[in-house]
Design a protein around this ligand. Structure first.
Ligand code: SAH
Ligand code: SF4
Length: 376
């Protein structure tokens, strides 16, 4: 590995770092120092690795080893405290990551405030959710999603996925150990179509950065084979599935992925999914005015999810210029929620975050156009 042209350290596991230092004839504890520097200290250049000898740093540099966080190209700050980051990578591609202080609408966290109060006056204490991208664009092509309009450009590496989190934490000056952070893999892309890199990133975030797996949620459009793989992972986030419609016909219309993996197959795979103690599945349901937001649809959702340990997040459509759907009325959203909760299915209405800066769900794509405009 050390002989290769260019080895980016960010994204490597402890084992991979151990292999690297061993090829240089160094002791394995050096790998632990690298691991700690990368993920705990968030060091972003070899010079910062002062735990290593000058000689070793030099040797690493000469063997083509680099360290680098993704570059923050732009920050868009919303009136509600949300910050949308545009990250640029060395090949010119970019993705977006969203920082949402104080939870992501009151639902991702467990709502308990124990111990928070005494920390609240400290400057580097934070309670926030970070929404992470897993791919540049997305191939799944959901009809209501702006990311879909990009198509898939490429997968992100594990280092690029972890790097988004590290760069945001650094920018916001977060002390991970004293903060309450949630991570949601709900930005650009379908994490289960970049499964290995996504899972490697999860392990690094848990073991390296120190964010508990119980505070992470991944959302999928329903890539069935990976749901099965995910269930047996020793370290994994919680699972959310974008349902968005209760019948084959309607779901196929807005989520063409349904042609490949039907709702029936999806739900039976989820019935097999090995939930942990007190864990629930989350179903996301984007309400599209006049299309899937009728009380009739809500009753179908209840039937479909009967017997599953689940909750539902209702998201009113975040509109966009090229999205051919309209927002549901407030009245219909509440009526929909009411049907679910009365049937014993917990349902939460997700408050949109950062709509004014196009940071809300399904809006991550817009920046490209804005950046384009400013360049012209
Ligand atoms: N690709 C994954 C994760 C990213 S999308 C997935 O689809 O699950 C995260 C959530 O945003 C999904 O539940 C999706 O249904 C929702 N979403 C997409 N476009 C939206 C829009 N225009 N308005 C509101 N929610 C949207
Ligand atoms: Fe991809 Fe998710 Fe958008 Fe569908 S909703 S196009 S799966 S990012």
């Amino acid at each position: 590995m050390a002989q290769s042209q260019n080895t980016e350290l960010l994204g490597l596991s402890l084992q991979e770092l151990t292999d690297l230092v061993e090829t240089l004839g160094r002791a394995p504890y050096r790998a632990r120092q690298l691991f700690d520097g990368l993920y705990r200290q968030r060091w972003s250049s070899l010079e910062q690795f002062t735990t290593l000898s000058l000689g070793l740093r030099q040797e690493l540099r000469e063997s083509g080893v680099t360290v680098g966080l993704p570059r923050i190209e732009k920050r868009f700050a919303s009136v509600d405290g949300t910050v949308r980051y545009l990250f640029g990578f060395t090949d010119g591609q970019s993705v977006e990551t969203v920082w949402m202080p104080e939870g992501d609408g009151g639902e991702a966290g467990d709502g308990s405030a124990s111990g928070d109060e005494e920390l609240a006056d400290k400057k580097d204490w934070h309670r926030a959710t970070i929404c992470i991208s897993s791919q540049v664009g997305c191939a799944v092509d959901c009809a209501f999603c702006m990311t879909a309009l990009l198509g898939l450009k490429r997968n992100l590496t594990a280092g690029e996925i972890v790097g988004q989190v590290l760069a945001v934490l650094e920018d916001q000056q977060v002390d991970v150990e004293r903060s309450r952070l949630n991570l949601v893999f709900m930005g650009q892309g379908e994490p289960f179509l970049n499964y290995d890199n996504f899972m490697q990133a999860v392990r690094l975030l848990v073991e390296g950065v120190g964010i508990p797996q119980s505070r992470m949620t991944v959302s999928t459009s329903g890539i069935l084979p990976r749901i099965a793989d995910f269930g047996v992972e020793p370290i994994r986030p919680k699972l959310a599935v974008s349902l968005n419609a209760p019948s084959e016909k309607l779901r196929t219309q807005i989520m063409p992925v349904t042609k490949k993996w039907t709702i029936e197959k999806l739900i039976s795979a989820l019935r097999e999914f090995p939930l942990r103690d007190r864990e629930k599945l989350t179903f996301e349901y984007v309400l599209l005015g006049g299309l899937n937001d009728d009380v009739q649809h809500a009753r179908q959702v209840v039937d479909l999810l009967r017997g599953l340990r689940a909750k539902v997040n209702l998201i009113a459509l975040n509109p966009g210029p090229e999205i051919p759907f309209s927002m549901p009325s407030e009245k219909r959203v509440l009526a929909f929620q009411n049907i679910l909760t009365r049937a014993g299915l917990p349902a939460f209405i997700r408050r949109p975050r950062g709509r004014d800066i196009y940071a809300a769900c399904g809006q991550l794509k817009r920046t490209m156009e804005l950046v384009q405009l400013t360049r012209e």
